[in-house]
Design a protein around this ligand. Sequence first.
Ligand SMILES: O=C(O)CCC(=O)C(=O)O
Ligand SMILES: [Fe+2]
Length: 299
Amino acid sequence: MPTSKYFDQYPSFPSIPSIPVADIPKISLALYDACRQHGFMLLDLTGSTAGDALLKDSECMFDLLNATLTLKQDILEKYHCDHPQDLTGYKREGFMKTEDGKPDAVGVYTLGQDDILGTVTPRAHPEPIESHRVEFRKFITRAHLLSPVQLANDDHRINFVGHTDIGIITLLFNVVGGLQVLPSGVEIVDANWSYVRPQEGCSVINIGDILTEWTGGLLRSSLHRVVSPLGDQAQFPRRRVAYLVRAEKGAIVQRLRDSRVISPLKEGEEEDKRTLDAKAAWRAHQIMNGNLKLQAKGG
Ligand SMILES: O=C(O)CCC(=O)C(=O)O
Ligand SMILES: [Fe+2]
């Protein structure tokens, strides 16, 4: 529809109470700009059946995460992941290095979709997870990974090293903030990281590397990291549920062909032929040793 230049030339559509007016949701093209410029956006989940169900399920996940992460450390250690071959299970705080070379500050518990859906032999998990497989299955029809993050109580500590997500998209549910994004075109220095404010009823969505590769760099996979919560929120443990949408482990990603907006490969340019599994293990290794090269992709 035209802008006010034309709308102002006519009387407005009548607001007569008896005429039925369809309540059509408004979707903005800002979505496309957000995918290209920031690689991040907020998705309002309230007011739709699927969204409300997802919000409810995510709250159930928060409760179960809490129950898991408040288990005694020696119990959690029994479920420590066999990194980097297998990234599922518990990862203790300090197991990886952040970009400033210090140990990371988060304990994470990761569940794989195959395990919960029973398409592989399930591995054993702590009681709060084992006794709620049904709830996880419900959530995992939408989710692939579940990871809680804990409180770091000293000022401005990097809890989760800067990275881009290797999957397709990530849906993040969080209440206590700490997620930071690096805007495009700026230097990677502390002062340039911007906080993402958690908003009630919304999930934070970010574009992952696969969408960037598929679109030949059209969409942006942004660098992000997690630092200790701010202000009064610093008193609370930070939990978050991340729903990481990924392609199959053995898949090889190729740029989409025959598109008007996606540029074809340049002469001599080669696609990465490694499977997603191989890329993930290589990346995990880099993170663990503090060698990850910080770089946004596309946009
Ligand atoms: O904890 C967060 O807010 C984000 C974590 C994250 O970036 C990830 O799981 O990939
Ligand atoms: Fe991430």
